[in-house]
Every structure is written in C-alpha cells, then in structure tokens.
Design a protein around this ligand. Structure first.
Ligand SMILES: C[S@@+](CC[C@H](N)C(=O)[O-])C[C@H]1O[C@@H](n2cnc3c(N)ncnc32)[C@H](O)[C@@H]1O
Length: 268
C-alpha cells in the first residue's frame, strides 16, 4: 500500500490507536476480506475498492439510543472491581445487564473478554492515559466482575500485555494480539477450544482489530452466543453494512448508543 493510500485510509485508524495506525491500515484489506469470506461475500476484492461508497448507501441497522442514566447492580459490581465500562460517560451497564441475565440462564457458560485493562501508560488503549492516574482502574476488573455476576460461568480473558495475565478459580487468561489473526487460534487452544456463549471486545478499538475479533467470534460462538464490540471505531457506517449482511444470514445485529457505541450480534 502506497503512502498516499495510507493517507486515504487514515480515518479508519486515527484517534487513540495512532501508534498502530500503519499496521491497522496495512492489515485492513486482509481483515475485511476474511470477514467477507465469513459472510459469504464472494466479490470481496471488488467490494473493498468501492467499500466507502457502499457504506454510504446501505440502510442503517437498528440503533437503540439509551438516554436515561439509571443505575443497576451490574454497574455497582463493575465499578467495585475497577472496570471502566460505566466511566466517563459510558452507560454500558444498561446494555450488559440484559446480556448477563441471558447468559446467567446457562449452567456452564463460556465467556471471553478481549482486553483486560492494562495500566501501563505506554501501552495502547491503557486505562491510565484514558482515565488518569487513579488506582481504581484495575487490570482484570471486568472479568472479575463477570465472575461475580455469572458465578456458574467459565471466564476467559485475553490481552496483548502479558504482565497482567493471571489465573484464579473460574478465570483463565491468555495472550492475544488482535492485530495478529493467528494469535486468536493460539489463545483459543490455550482455553481448550470451547464454544463461547459471550465474547466481548474491549481491546484496541481499531477497525482492523475489531473486525478480526468479530471474525474469530463468528467462528467460535455457541448456537445462541452473543458478540459485543465496544467503542466502535470509524467509519461507523461499516457496522451498518456488516450488520445488514449478518441479518440476511440469520443473525441479529444491533447498535446500542449508550454514550459510546456498541455492536451486538447474536444468533437468532
Ligand atoms: C480499556 S482496556 C480494557 C478494560 C477492561 N475490559 C475493563 O472493562 O475494565 C483495553 C485493553 O486492551 C488491550 N489491548 C490493546 N491492544 C491490544 C491488542 N492488539 N490485542 C489485545 N489486547 C489489546 C490493552 O492492553 C488494554 O488492557
């Protein structure tokens, strides 16, 4: 890809992932082709050429706008452990409350979260640079919160920062680099190749890494599994395109605007 192309693609990789922008841009065609293959879109190469025009012309999928600010038990537990899912303006507890209630009904659910919450100020998407030098943002917070909320579930966490990996009852963690698609396979093997009932992406939040995570998710969720991609990266319209296609394949795909945009995919 030439420098001019990289500049043209820049908007898809700007923002908080600048340090990885070049890699995101380089891998973006690979990621989108992998996704199109997964979605049975055969003319992937052609679509990439005209991707941005196509994005502009698709019918938007349903966006659930959550305007109220209610608190709930999910929020208190996430906050207690030091997760950022309800911080700044995010109201993600209002989306996760129903999802967790759904997963709770399963006796032995497998739940995976990619992005455990490093505090290393030099790491991409670290909690300290985003939220400041507070101690309450703790690595592993959201997976520990899920362990409390979903006591019967097996919880899996994965992160590129190996210094924050740990094991404890009901929780196993592994290295994954969302920009190296093959590393998902290694992570999955480390966990014993389960089918996941819930997969949450809360990692790099670049378009390429989110798409790779979605592809991994579509290949590895259970029959009625759910995939959540948090803090959707630009271009936003791409999620309408992907969501629309997923709907034609028997999935449900919705956007939730909970002061931060979430993409929620499930098998109907
Ligand atoms: C905002 S934090 C996650 C917060 C946590 N889920 C919570 O709710 O408390 C984002 C995490 O993504 C991880 N991350 C960044 N780039 C990544 C990559 N390429 N692959 C996997 N994880 C990555 C960071 O190390 C960081 O731990």
């Amino acid at each position: 890809m030439s420098e001019q192309n990289i500049k043209d693609f820049w908007p898809i990789c700007g923002g908080q992932v600048r340090t990885h922008a070049e890699k995101c841009v380089r891998l973006f065609p690979h990621a989108i082709n992998k996704l199109f293959k997964e979605l049975n879109i055969e003319e992937g190469g052609v679509l990439i050429d005209s991707l941005f025009e196509k994005i502009a012309s698709v019918t938007p999928i349903k966006t659930n706008v959550i305007q109220h600010n209610e608190t709930n038990e999910t929020q208190s537990i996430l906050n207690k452990y030091g997760s950022d899912k309800c911080q700044i303006n995010h109201n993600y507890h209002l989306v996760y409350h129903d999802i967790f209630n759904n997963v709770k009904l399963k006796p032995n659910a497998n739940v995976l979260e990619v992005g455990m919450g490093t505090n290393d100020p030099h790491a991409p998407s670290n909690m300290r640079s985003i939220y400041g030098r507070k101690d309450e943002w703790r690595p592993g917070a959201s997976i520990r919160a899920m362990k409390e909320i979903l006591p019967n579930a097996n919880i899996f966490g994965a992160d590129v920062d190996t210094s924050i990996l740990f094991t404890e009852e009901k929780i196993r963690t592994s290295f994954v680099d969302q920009l190296e698609f093959d590393s998902f396979k290694v992570m999955h093997q480390n966990f014993g190749n389960p089918k996941y009932d819930l997969i949450i992406e809360d990692g790099l939040h670049a378009i390429t890494s989110s798409i790779y995570t979605l592809v991994f998710g579509l290949e590895n969720i259970s029959e009625d599994g759910i995939i959540v991609l948090e803090d959707l990266p630009n271009p936003k319209g791409i999620w309408n395109m992907i969501g629309g296609k997923l709907q034609t394949m028997g999935y449900s795909a919705e956007l939730f605007d909970a002061r931060g945009l979430l993409f929620v995919v499930s098998r109907k």
